[in-house]
Structures are given as C-alpha cells and as structure tokens.
Write a protein that binds this ligand. Structure first.
Ligand code: FAD
Length: 307
C-alpha cells in the first residue's frame, strides 16, 4: 500500500505528491489526466515567480518534479469509488474504473473541477481564442477591448464587475428574466458606466472569423429577435462543477458538490484529506491549489506519525 495515495494529478495533487515524497514515504498518484485543467490552458501569467508559461509546459514541470522524488504516477486511471476503512487502522481503498484497487494508509482527494459549457456553436472552436472561463486568469488579455460575460449569478456578475475595470466594455447576458446574483453585486454592476446587461437573453452562437472570436449572437426571449454584439472575448460563467460525483454518500460534500475540508484539509473521513478546486477552499487558482496540496500532504504526514 501507499503511505499517501493521491487521487487527481493537477497542481494540487502534484504539489501534495512532492511534499509527501520528500518525507521519504511511499507516495502514489492516480490521475485520469495528469496535469489537470492546466492542460487546457494556453497562457499562465499568475503563478508567482513564473512571469509567463503555458499549460502543457507547466504540466510537464509538475510531472518532472514529482518523478524526481520517486512518486509513482498511475496516469489515465479514474477512481470510481472510495472505500473508507471499516475499522480504525485498516487501509483506505480506491476502486479504479479498470477494475483494479489501490490502497493507502492515507488518501488525498484532488480531483479538481470543470467549467460548465454553454454548448453553443463556436464555444469549442474558439476556446482560448477569445472564449475564456477565468476572469482572474484571462481578464488582462482583453485590456481595452469589448467582452461579454455569459451568466448573471454571483460568479458572472463578479466577473463583469472585475472585467469592467480592465476592458473597454462588458455585455452581460443572462438567460432568466433577472440577475440571480446578490443584491449588493447587482447594485454595483448597475453603477458601472461601461456595462450593458441583457436579461431574458439566450446565447445562440459565439461568432468568429475562423481564428478568433468576433462577437456573440443572442435571442431576445421576449421578442424571439436575434441580436449580435461585436466582441473580442466571451467569458462563460455558468458554474464550476467539482469532480466529486464518485464521492457522493462517502464523504461530506457542500451543496455545490465541493468536498468539505477544515483548515488542515481534513475531510469527514479520518485519514482522508482533500485539496484544490474539488474542495470548499475559496478561489480556484493554480497557486492556491498547489499551496493547498502541500498543506494536505503535511496533514496526511502528521496523521501517519500519530497513527
Ligand atoms: P485540476 O487541475 O482540475 O486537476 C484535477 C485532476 O484530477 C486531473 O488530473 C484530473 O484528470 C483528475 N481527476 C478528476 N477526476 C478523477 C477521478 N475520478 N479519478 C482520478 N483522477 C481524476 N488558474 C490560474 O491560477 N491561472 C491561470 O492562468 C488559469 N487559467 C485557466 C484556464 C483554463 C482554460 C481553465 C479551465 C482553468 C484555468 N485556471 C487558471 C484554473 C486552474 O487551472 C485550476 O484552479 C487548477 O488547475 C486546479 O488544480 P487542481 O489540482 O485542484 O485540479
């Protein structure tokens, strides 16, 4: 068995693996796709001390760092079930989609999250070519340009307020007949001079010229009229979904499906820790996930030396 078995090989899992392996204990990582979300990221400009890199390069660096300490990476393997020990002292088991079972004295869950897509023509085609999901990450790329935000919940309205300070103009598109964000955010949004809000509006297409986004088409749901907005970027903000469906019923999850952790990354099951975007830890960013993974590994080590 592993002393520390990590499920998820993004920045959180990779950082956890380095911290655990540096304690001289047997460390394994099961990952559906090692690297995680950064594999879909073009430019990374906010990982402190690295002025600029790209996702695949960053993922390669994560893997080299983990491998340098002898971490056993089981890539392209999906965890399907977590089986907590029936008695204290027993191993924790993770059942894999390929039928195998891996065991750990402690487990760190770092399965990350995925952005919900709008699923309209142009979204996939122009991903990273004007279609973006993370205002903290990609907002500065649209400095002085026109962008849209799809989604009028808290994250959409926060994104619109954030972007309004950077870009020339923000168009916010909400499907329902009113914004669902907190009143204080909606009030702030309406106070901004360079924001236009369309409610009761259904995005039907993200338009482009073959190489980048040039606009967005939406249907006014009251009149059925199609309208086009010229734009350089579209931020999709209709939800971040944690990859925790497989843990339902085993581990305490929040109403958003995030793994509930305490300040040390401890979950509701003793010996099982969690880190990164899959958890209740606020702000989903690489540097935060990495720090969180380090913390979970130190907590797992602490658990082992007390066990
Ligand atoms: P993830 O990166 O999501 O990794 C999760 C890991 O778990 C993956 O290896 C996945 O394959 C694996 N996994 C999932 N389910 C299972 C399972 N059942 N069994 C086994 N393995 C599983 N943040 C920044 O700080 N700067 C940026 O510039 C930036 N740009 C971004 C651009 C895009 C397009 C996207 C999508 C995100 C961006 N982010 C950025 C956010 C950042 O990528 C995430 O916050 C970060 O990757 C979270 O790390 P994580 O390790 O928690 O999860």
């Amino acid at each position: 068995p592993y002393d520390v078995l990590i499920v998820g090989g993004g920045p959180a899992g990779a950082a956890a693996s380095v911290y655990a392996a540096r304690k001289g204990i047997r460390t394994g990582v099961v990952a559906e796709r090692f690297g995680g979300q950064v594999m879909d990221t073009l430019g990374i400009e906010n990982y402190i001390s690295v002025l600029a890199t790209d996702g695949p390069k960053f993922a390669q660096a994560l893997e080299s760092h983990a491998s340098a300490y002898g971490v056993e990476i089981m890539n392209l393997q999906r965890g399907e079930k977590l089986i907590p020990p029936s008695q204290p002292g027993e191993l924790i088991q993770v059942q894999l989609a390929n039928g195998g079972v891996v065991r750990g004295r402690t487990v760190i869950l770092s399965t990350g999250a995925r952005w919900r897509n709008v699923n309209v023509p142009g979204e996939q085609e122009y991903r990273n070519k004007g279609v973006a999901y993370c205002p903290h990450c990609d907002g500065p790329l649209f400095k002085g340009k026109k962008v849209a935000v799809i989604g009028g919940g808290n994250s959409g309205v926060e994104a619109a307020i954030d972007l309004a300070g950077i870009v020339e103009h923000v168009t916010l598109i909400e499907f329902a007949d009113q914004l669902k964000a907190d009143a204080v955010l909606v009030k702030k949004l309406h106070s901004l001079p360079n924001v236009t809000v369309h409610t009761n509006a259904q995005t039907t297409e993200i338009n482009g010229d073959g190489s980048k986004v040039t606009g967005l088409t939406f249907k006014d749901r009251a009149t059925e009229e199609l309208r086009q907005v010229p734009l350089a970027g579209v931020f999709v903000q209709i939800g971040l979904v944690p990859n925790t469906e497989w843990l339902k019923g085993t581990i305490e999850l929040s109403r958003f499906g995030e793994i509930v952790v305490d300040a040390k990354g401890q979950t509701s099951v003793p010996g099982v820790f969690a880190a990164g975007d899959a958890t209740t830890v606020p702000y989903k960013q690489i540097v935060i996930a990495a720090g969180d993974g380090a913390k979970a590994a130190l907590s797992a080590f602490d658990h082992l030396i007390r066990g």
